[in-house]
Write a protein that binds this ligand. Structure first.
Ligand code: ACO
Length: 433
């Protein structure tokens, strides 16, 4: 219940000569909020907050982030520690269950994921029906939505939650790899029980009957880190979407499918693909990155320096620092340290961080700025980058969906508006218009 978070203090709202008192809530990290739920019933007023920039929609115990201090914690653990010491599967368990697994729990969880890694063979045929060049994000979202037809235990969503969560985590990886193989016209490689989550994914992507894939531990380690860093980010656009769709008591598969669609957008998860396209374009044009800095600063030009800026981080994105370091390590291990795109990215970052336009607006490189360079070095095509983001974000979406269902304060998500259209007017029959 919210009650334990009420501080006993009240905010005062004065409208004309009337005064209203609104309770204040405080979270465990000291964040404070004014509870306005009764504002409309008591005053007739609503609050206006386009883009929900200052609206708390729930209480959550999953992720804490402080954009001013560059802090990101999952379930109380610092992202730096998790990225350094954990596998993605451990972090997925943590996000969904609230605690890090011990060895027995981790083995059980891995076994469960292995047991659910295949997709129904009838679903495999669906891949053949998408036109050539179909977007992998559209395929992913459609396939996840239709999982509820093949695995319909969802009549009691909470009872079947654990198995549904395991299915999603395991099958999303399989669907992602299969969509790539089908797009290439290559035979499918099925998941293997003797490979870890990330090794399995890379093997499904790149193994071939004529050229067996050798799993590279540097790449597996980097993939684990990337997925962990994308694991959750509290109420970002896609997670808020999952929660709002789920608040209508929509099943987990369909809610996640909606989250995938939200992530697709270039202002959100789609940015990692756009960063790579931007870097490639700059490279093709001879490396003139300053032109793009000027374009980004020009108020008349809609161009934005993709991979820069964040709604919440007004300081360094802690994930970007880890990814940049990982990027250096991976490229060095693959003898690609002189990758021209990495050089352009670093130069862009350097110039932007010293430019008054970016400084005044607190625009720093975000999680997407360097991730694409690592994915590219792994052999993952640019149009799969956002799919990779979805794989990482999945445990966060699942954790939020579950938390939302368990929270007795949850109401169906339904913002209000201020109507600014025409007032009531007489109806005009069609022949008189
Ligand atoms: N390049 C140039 N200028 C920028 C950029 C950018 N990348 N981002 C913000 N600005 C400017 C805006 O033009 C605006 O300037 P103004 O005050 O002169 O009008 C100011 O900074 C504030 O920008 P907003 O759009 O109000 O910030 P908001 O919080 O709404 O947007 C967003 C955040 C969408 C991430 C934005 O910074 C952006 O478009 N970045 C590029 C896309 C991107 O990298 N998205 C990935 C985000 S991370 C993620 O979702 C995983």
């Amino acid at each position: 219940m919210l009650d334990q978070y009420f501080t006993g203090e009240k905010a005062e709202v004065r409208i004309g000569d009337q005064v209203f008192y609104l309770p204040i809530i405080q979270g465990t990290e000291g964040e404070r909020a004014i509870d306005i739920r009764k504002l409309r019933s008591e005053t007739g007023y609503i609050t206006m907050d386009s883009g929900y920039m200052n609206t708390g929609a729930c209480r959550s115990s999953i992720t804490f982030l402080d954009g001013e201090k560059s802090i990101l914690n999952y379930r109380g653990y610092a992202i730096e520690d998790l990225a350094e010491h954990c596998s993605f599967i451990e972090v997925a368990y943590l996000l969904i269950n609230g605690m890090l697994p011990n060895i027995v729990e981790l083995k059980q969880f891995s076994r469960q994921l292995n047991n659910h890694s295949m997709i129904h063979e009838d679903m495999v045929h669906f891949f053949d029906r998408f036109p050539p060049g179909a977007s992998p994000m559209s395929i992913l979202s459609s396939m996840v939505n239709t999982l509820c037809n093949f695995y319909p235990e969802m009549t009691d969503p909470l009872e079947s939650f654990n198995i549904t969560a395991a299915r999603l985590l395991s099958k999303l990886r399989t669907v992602a790899a299969f969509s790539y193989r089908k797009s290439k016209g290559h035979p499918l490689t099925y998941p293997r029980h003797n490979l870890s989550y990330c090794a399995n994914f890379l093997n499904m992507m790149f193994d071939s009957p004529v050229n067996p894939y050798l799993v590279d531990n540097v790449l597996v380690g980097a993939l684990n880190k990337l997925l962990i860093l994308h694991g959750d980010h509290e109420l970002n656009c896609s997670t808020a979407t999952v929660r709002i769709v789920g608040s209508a008591r929509t099943n987990l598969y369909a809610s996640i499918s909606a989250g995938i669609s939200a992530l697709w957008g270039p202002l959100h998860g789609g940015a990692n693909q756009e960063v790579m396209e931007m870097l490639e374009k700059i490279h093709r044009e001879g490396g003139n990155y300053r032109k793009y800095i000027e374009k980004a600063k020009d108020p008349k030009d809609p161009f934005r320096l993709v991979g820069f800026g964040h709604r919440v981080y007004k300081n360094h994105d802690p994930r970007c620092r880890i990814i940049k370091k990982t990027c250096d390590e991976v490229l060095a291990a693959l003898n690609m340290a002189d990758d021209p795109l990495l050089a352009i990215a670093k130069e862009l970052e350097e110039v932007a961080l010293h430019d008054p336009y970016f400084i005044e607006r607190n625009l720093y490189p975000n999680v997407d700025f360097y991730s694409g360079i690592i994915y590219r070095a792994m052999g993952i095509p640019t149009n799969m980058f956002t799919v990779m983001f979805a794989l990482g974000r999945l445990p966060g979406w699942i954790a939020h969906w579950r938390e939302m269902w368990d929270d007795p304060n949850t109401r169906i998500g339904r913002p209000r508006q201020v109507y600014v259209g025409p007032q009531l007017r007489p109806f005009v029959p069609i022949d008189q218009r």
